[in-house]
Design a protein around this ligand. Sequence first.
Ligand code: SAM
Length: 262
Amino acid sequence: MTESTAQENRIGTDATVWKKAALVERYLGRVRKGVPMAEAQIDVMMRVIEGRGQPVENFLDLGCGDGILAATILTEYPEASGVLVDFSTPMIQAALRNLKEYSHALHLTTLDYSEPSWFDMVAARGPFDVIVSGYSIHHQPDAKKQQIYADVFDLLKPGGVFVNMEHVASSTPWVEARHDDFFIDSLWASQVGSEDAKSREEIAAAYHVREDKAANQLTSVERQCAWLRQIGFQDVDCYFKAFELAVFGGRRPFELPEREDA
Ligand SMILES: C[S@@+](CC[C@H](N)C(=O)[O-])C[C@H]1O[C@@H](n2cnc3c(N)ncnc32)[C@H](O)[C@@H]1O
């Protein structure tokens, strides 16, 4: 057994499954390309960012993966600098490869944003105009999700926006089954005609037993938007939703209300 295989065998059934090279390879090679309506989600994210009415000077990407969201921001705002956070070495390596041409303006860091120390490490490079996250925070328990959103609020410049592209909970098992069919159909369609194309049955079987599914801690988008409002975000909304795929977020106000205990 190689040292890296031994390390991977010690990885648990929580979000750390993303440290496994095989899962990263499957996600980047097959799953990300097959996410239903992915282009529409990215378009919505960019419209929210553009709504600031100013160029993006700097941004933060939490759970950046191979840098898919960062690449889109940098294409639109090539002068921007970015901090990209991910605790998976194979993902950070993929992001380094994909974003080579922007390397002078990027800081990629292998960091766990569920650890309290992450805030100070990132705050040293903030505050940020834009904070994005894609399909990452749903592995955290609810109390931790709320803490991360409060940290995100504190890391934004006045008027800065947070956009979370996220896997959220269905309202009932019946709706969840509709989501599963929607996702499987999209995964299947995205690889038809490729050299190693799989049948819909094979894709469905792999989808239902995937490792990262066991690590999900899904929460409804309504609940998460309510947390953002409580924290103080403005213009909070679910800007896009198709079954369990949502793009939601809000803006940090330019002026914060006076604290009662001040
Ligand atoms: C499903 S992938 C999404 C990657 C990319 N954002 C995208 O939209 O394709 C989830 C990513 O979040 C990262 N991640 C999950 N929990 C994390 C944590 N606590 N700290 C840092 N990264 C985390 C994983 O390593 C993985 O790269």
